[in-house]
Design a protein. Structure first.
Length: 441
């Protein structure tokens, strides 16, 4: 690709009105940092799916933040931050996070919570934990944030849109019905304390007071903004391989992590999403169960886990150690493809500077045959990695902003990945801070 083509695609430009920033892998690719960077040139940042079950780590002039429910644009006073209807809104986490920002001197952000967003109820969190307990050794590795029970109820039409919390009669009668349903399971399946409709009512009327100042017609706001030519960022949570439909089912999250879902989860016409930035990390990490073909173990994994991310590869929500592995070109190419990526960003290249040799998983061996097509079901479980070796660059490049100044071996590594992904890598992230970025101009 020619340099001026790169210039055109360069993601900090204003060429695209609606841009989605999404994960090409299992999540934790560094989307929060990229969103925080891009938010500078944006007017609106929208979360469109998922809940407080994953975190985005952002390091800027106010300090280090692990955001779980707030959009990553909240550090810029000029932005409006939206919780889209597709999100699983935990009101307590949301308002606690806002309070923590205030306490650390971040100016009060502009926020709109879609009146149609559904609310994570206290019993969703309980059921998540009870089900993991029941499954014991066969558990999915849920973060126990209530996300699977939440989305189950949403689609079973027994959830609560936030606007419904303000309708007393409706709230009461729905809670009565919910308690009958849930208590049956609590009594006979989980053998746990039963839900009390009055206590739930009191809790939810308290929660509605906390969220009331933020609730509004987010979709109408976005529509108007589109008409006025504003720049909008859609911020994805997790990544392709955790998508309910296209991920490694059932070790997935309970919402769609693909950019295409941004149209539904934010209330944006699909034709408006013209730019999709797929974020992928220079090595792999994953939380929870399921196939992870290029996973590494033992001391090799310990070293990468310790040096990865900004404080090691440990979950931003749970603190649990992430599984780590080599860059998986098969999974990442599939990840970009399903996202409909128009460009990619490669993060955390600085982490690999300690290695003499770096591996990339370029194919999967399944039952004696080799494929570079991401398989489904049992094929994926049986897949063994086929690696290509790359020389390490053996130096510390953290914070480098000039792409041309990066070591030749690193650039060869990036070129190879770009060729496999099939989309231009417009930027490499050279450290966790906002300014640690080298554009490929
Ligand atoms: P997200 O959910 O995709 O936003 O990712 P997380 O924030 O959960 O995880 C990414 C981790 O990598 C965080 O600890 C970030 O601070 C860190 N990070 C992001 N970009 C870079 C980078 O270029 N280099 C390094 N060393 N760490 C990075």
């Amino acid at each position: 690709m020619k340099n001026d083509d790169y210039e055109q695609m360069r993601f900090s430009g204003v060429t695209f009105m609606v841009k989605a920033i999404v994960g090409a892998n299992w999540g934790d690719e560094g989307k929060g940092k990229i969103t925080d960077m891009l938010a500078e040139d944006s007017d609106i940042i929208v979360r469109f799916q998922g809940g407080a079950n994953a975190g985005h780590t952002i390091i800027n002039q106010y300090g280090r933040f692990a955001l779980h429910s707030l959009p990553s644009g909240i550090f810029y006073p000029h932005t409006t931050n939206i919780i889209g209807n597709g999100v699983a809104l935990n009101i307590r986490t949301f308002t606690d996070e806002l309070r923590a920002l205030r306490e650390r001197g971040v100016p009060e952000p502009k926020i709109i919570v879609s009146e149609r967003v559904q609310v994570v109820m206290p019993y969703h969190i309980l059921f998540d934990a009870y089900e993991e307990e029941r499954l014991a050794g066969r558990a999915f590795g849920s973060t126990k944030s209530g996300i699977a029970p939440f989305y189950s109820d949403k689609f079973a039409k027994i959830g609560f849109q936030v606007n419904e919390l303000f309708d007393d009669a409706l709230l009461k009668s729905r809670l009565d019905n919910i308690c009958v349903l849930k208590n049956t399971l609590l009594e006979h399946l989980y053998r746990k304390p039963l839900l009390e409709p009055d206590a739930l009512y009191a809790e939810m009327t308290g929660q509605r007071e906390r969220i009331a100042p933020y609730v509004g017609d987010a979709a109408a706001f976005i529509r108007e903004a589109l008409g006025a030519g504003k720049n909008i960022l859609l911020e994805g949570q997790l990544g392709t391989l955790k998508d309910t439909d296209f991920g490694i089912y059932p070790f997935v999250t309970s919402s769609n992590t693909l950019a295409g879902y941004g149209a539904v989860g934010a209330g944006i016409p699909p034709s408006e999403i013209r730019s999709v930035v797929a974020v992928t990390k220079a090595y792999s990490s994953a939380v929870g169960g399921g196939a992870f073909v290029s996973e590494i173990f033992g001391e090799e994994a310990e070293a990468l886990r310790r040096l990865g991310g900004d404080q090691g590869e440990f979950g931003a929500t749970t603190g649990r150690p992430r599984r780590v592995g080599w860059f998986d070109a098969v999974a990442s190419a599939y990840g970009c493809l399903m996202q409909g990526a128009t460009e990619a960003v490669l993060t955390a290249v600085d982490v690999l500077g300690y290695l003499d040799e770096i591996k990339i998983c370029v194919g999967y061996e399944i039952d004696g045959g080799i494929t570079d097509v991401f398989p489904v079901g049992a094929g994926l479980v049986r897949a063994k990695p086929v690696y290509k070796l790359f020389p390490g660059w053996k130096c510390d490049i953290r914070g480098e902003r000039d792409y041309n100044a990066l070591p030749r071996a690193l650039k060869a590594y990036v070129d190879f990945i770009e060729e496999r992904l099939g989309v231009p890598i417009t930027m490499v992230s050279t450290g966790p801070k906002r300014e640690d970025a080298a554009f490929r101009t």
